[in-house]
Design a protein around this ligand. Structure first.
Ligand code: PLP
Length: 370
């Protein structure tokens, strides 16, 4: 099965696993019971069931006997690969236990210097630990279209005491991408002491990642940190590998605030293999974009709406997100309820196995007014 062209649109609804080039399109056998129970469409946490790629599975199996050995050499190897492909020196790449660890580290480090600004409607789990340690942060209101309001962030950043802005681009839970030129101009306009942390966890899924990433600004020496992850495009959320790209000084500061010896060898081995597996990356991206289109079309057909998504999820307007999620759960379909009480009508759904997406698409018009 070639998941790239006819894509998952053509096969949505077909439950049979048809592996081709090693990638299955329906759940594989799960002797561990770690995966969602059979019959549950798990479309809740923006994971990617197409991964890990077969190349990464083999790398983990090969690695197993070497797991007595600390992972420092593997860390250097992955760092070198990332640095070479992105065109930065290796000392500008920092690996983390998922990108979450690096965002947490940044918040701990920069939080000692001042306030962290965060858009109101945005993923912020990596800030929970720093918050528990007393992090001073300020939420900034969204634009009327649910986008990140760069004007409001610029005004907030001009106030005294701000050390960092943390924003996700594309954003979670909205899926929206900021216009690259606007974000770049915003980044350049910030006071020199304010560091911009751009979380690009979903960037590889954008229509034009090369145009949308803020990587060129990092290369220009701007006070920007970018974080990325192996959890999304690569389908390796459970392996906990992420990375940051930053100036040598910002990278060193991040590294100083990481947990000690937090990287795991199987995850690194898998990441090294997946990084070089261009065919898988292409198939994964194509499959996710195809599923995203299926959901977007169903949302429009149902008379609902969702912001334009550049990710592996959509933020769908329903009558009541919590009631909708509960009704979906009754049918074995797991989606997000209200993000916070401030957004009671929006329910996030992730792409997933085609058959699971098909179940969601069928149930949406029946349950959106629940
Ligand atoms: N950043 C964003 C925007 C996310 O949505 C997520 C997870 O959903 C993460 C970071 C966490 O990624 P990781 O698995 O690399 O810690």
């Amino acid at each position: 099965m070639d998941v790239s062209r006819r894509g998952l649109i053509g096969i949505a609804g077909a439950a049979a696993a048809v592996p081709a080039r090693g990638i299955s399109i329906a759940p594989p056998a799960d002797p561990t019971g770690f995966q969602p129970a059979p019959g549950i469409a798990h479309l809740k946490y923006n994971e990617n069931p197409l991964g890990p790629p077969p190349s990464a599975l083999k790398a983990m199996a090969d690695l197993a006997r070497s797991a007595w050995y600390y992972a420092d050499d593997a860390e250097e190897r992955l760092k070198a690969k990332i640095a070479a492909r992105l065109g930065v020196p290796a000392d500008q790449v920092v690996l983390g236990h998922g990108s979450s660890e690096l965002i947490t580290s940044a918040a701990l480090a920069w939080g000692r210097r001042g306030i962290i600004l965060v858009p109101e409607l945005q993923f912020d789990e990596p800030l929970l630990y720093p918050m528990a340690q007393g992090l001073k942060y300020r939420r900034v209101a969204m634009a009327p279209d649910l986008g990140i309001d760069l004007g409001a962030l610029a005004r907030a950043a001009a106030l005294p005491g701000v050390a960092m802005i943390y924003l996700c681009n594309p954003n979670n839970p909205t899926g929206m991408l900021l216009p690259p030129a606007e974000l770049a101009a915003f980044a350049r306009s910030l006071p020199a002491h304010v560091t911009l942390l751009v979380d690009e966890a979903y960037m590889e899924l954008a229509d034009d990642p090369a145009a949308a990433t803020m990587l060129p600004l990092v290369k220009d020496g701007a006070n920007i940190i970018i974080t990325r992850t192996f959890s999304k495009l690569f389908g390796m959320a459970g392996l906990r590998i992420g990375y940051a790209i930053a100036s040598p000084a910002n990278a060193a500061e991040l590294k100083r605030h990481r947990l000690t010896i937090s990287l795991n060898a199987p995850g690194l081995a898998a990441a090294i293999a997946a990084w070089d597996d261009g065919a898988f990356q292409q198939q994964s991206r194509a499959a996710i974009i195809a599923a995203r289109r299926v959901i977007a079309a169903a949302v429009a057909k149902a008379g609902s709406s969702a912001p334009p998504s550049q990710t592996n999820f959509l933020f769908v307007k329903v009558a009541d997100a919590n009631r909708f999620a509960a009704a979906m759960a009754q049918r074995g379909i797991a989606v997000r309820g209200a993000w916070t009480p401030a957004w009671p009508q929006w329910s996030r759904v992730s792409t997933g196995w085609p058959a699971d997406v098909a179940r969601y698409v069928k149930a949406l018009p029946e349950l959106m007014n629940a």
